[in-house]
Design a protein around this ligand. Structure first.
Ligand code: NDP
Length: 455
């Protein structure tokens, strides 16, 4: 029988459905957070009187603008770009820019909403935002990408700033794109300031920022395993994606003596029975980051790497799965196949890669499940450290940044345990990391909103 909390959740989500019609990804993210935090809200009259939840699901503002740019043949193109400034109650809006044909308002509102709680969990002073464009950098020349980034910054530059809104990278936006956007901002505004993170090391970037999301995800997963008295050594791990997050998750797994059995891209996956070596990984990094090739080329280059056209890693028997590509890449059925294959821990390197039904399958099976807003918070955490270095016109050593990253991931894990274990554990007695992350992130934001009045 449905409880009164279930009714409150259903009624609240139904209201959001009306105001955010045709935004399935955003509604999925809202549903997951509200399910966790509703009991806390129902228990706290001050939150209810201040209408905290209603205020949280509405972004502070949503910018949408046209980007007009010219290709190498002089043809004129138009793309749509956005910046969703969700909440700056904890600090300047902070969150990446995504360039991918699937970018729309729903996807960016989901990412911006998640970012509010993720940034709160880091304990740093960062609000939440997200942006991007339906521009596809694949198949474009460097000059075309540069012209697009410059045209985008012509408009975006009016709305951002080191104390206002600080974008970074995401899918389709790496070092090259951040460099072009920063260069355009610097010239247009005549300011060399920390207006973007993920910058080049020689001109304001932080050491370990490139590695931070993947390393942090593995670190979070290590804490989940260690909490049950286990560790990574010898574990069979599957990783999806082959971009920034996947590459550095794989790198850290290899360092911890785990066996990385797979990587993928949007066309298929590679299976490496004996585990990826550092040599394989360095070759794949060069392929993806410099030569901008496809993952199947790794199977042509090395014996022992098999390519599965159109395949995903979820059929491979493993102990640990790290989905690091994109949202909704693990369905309920694929989650069942992972459970059948013996998976014991899943940590989301990507944002919301596991569908809601898949999360339920893992939790019912007693699998340790680390949601993205906790497990992939290492990237934005080091972005926060980059902002601190820029503000002080300093550069910290790699060791100093990595130590702080590890401390932050340890603290996020502890916060998840604080709000997700004991009476809140899942049916099999495993900590409910989804509840832990949502409630831990929510309370800090909600209390700051109360302190700051009705804004
Ligand atoms: P990249 O662009 O570097 O890599 C993305 C990878 O995912 C590529 O291998 C890409 O394959 C694959 N991919 C993208 N879309 C799809 C799709 N629809 N189906 C299958 N595969 C797909 O992005 P990042 O590594 O930076 O980001 C990956 C995920 O991590 C995203 O969810 C992002 O939001 C999240 N994240 C990233 C952070 C960061 O610091 N970069 C921080 C926190 C979260 P292909 O090359 O074929 O497109």
């Amino acid at each position: 029988m449905a409880s009164s909390t279930d009714h409150e959740v259903a009624a609240f989500v139904a209201q959001v459905e009306i105001s955010s019609e045709h935004q399935p990804e955003f509604l999925q993210a809202v549903h997951e957070v509200v399910e966790s935090v509703m009991p806390v809200v129902l228990d706290n009259k001050t939150y209810q009187d201040a209408n905290i939840l209603e205020r949280l699901v509405e972004p502070d503002r949503l910018l949408r603008f046209r980007v007009t740019w010219e290709d190498d043949q002089g043809r004129v193109h138009v793309n749509r770009a956005y910046r969703v400034e969700f909440s700056n109650v904890l600090g300047p809006y902070k969150g990446g820019m995504r360039f991918h044909p699937t970018v729309n308002e729903s996807v960016l509102k989901f990412l911006g909403f998640e970012q509010v709680f993720k940034n709160s969990l880091t304990g740093l002073l960062m609000g939440g935002g997200k942006g991007g464009s339906d521009f596809d950098p694949k198949g474009k020349s460097d000059a075309e990408v540069r012209r697009f980034c410059e045209a985008l910054m012509l408009e975006l530059g009016r709305h951002i700033g080191p104390d206002t809104d600080v974008p970074a990278g995401d899918i389709g936006v790496g070092a090259r794109e951040v460099g072009y956007m920063f260069g355009a901002y610097r010239r247009l505004h005549n300011k060399h300031v920390g207006v973007l993170t993920g910058k080049g090391i020689g001109w304001g970037g932080s050491l370990i920022r490139t590695e931070a999301t993947g390393y942090g995800c593995v670190e979070f997963c290590r804490h989940m395993l260690e909490h049950t008295g286990d560790g990574f050594a010898g574990k069979k791990c599957v990783v999806s994606g082959s971009g920034n997050v996947a590459q550095h998750a794989a790198e850290k797994l290899i360092k911890l003596d785990a066996k990385v059995l797979s990587l993928s891209d949007s066309k298929g996956c590679i299976y490496v029975e004996d585990g990826l070596t550092t040599e394989h990984l360095e070759w794949i990094k060069d392929l993806k980051n410099n030569r901008r090739g496809r993952i199947h080329e790794a199977a042509d280059a090395f014996d022992g790497i098999e390519y599965r056209e159109g395949g995903e890693p979820w059929d491979i028997a493993c102990d640990v799965a790290l989905p690091c590509a994109t949202q909704n890449e693990v369905s309920e059925d694929e989650a069942r196949r992972l459970v059948k294959g013996g998976v014991r821990a899943v940590a989301e390197g990507a944002n919301m890669p596991v569908e809601a039904g898949g999360v339920a399958v893992f939790q019912q099976a007693g699998v340790l499940f680390g949601p993205g807003k906790a497990a992939n918070a290492g990237g934005v955490a080091v972005s926060g450290l980059e902002m601190a270095q820029n503000a002080g016109r300093l550069m910290w050593s790699a060791d100093k940044v990595e130590t702080q990253l590890e401390d932050i991931m340890r603290d996020i894990h502890a916060k998840c345990i604080e709000h997700g274990s004991g009476a809140h554990s899942t049916a099999k007695g495993v900590p409910d990391y989804v509840r832990g992350a949502n409630v831990g992130g929510f309370i800090r934001v909600a209390d700051a909103m109360l302190d700051q009045g009705l804004w």
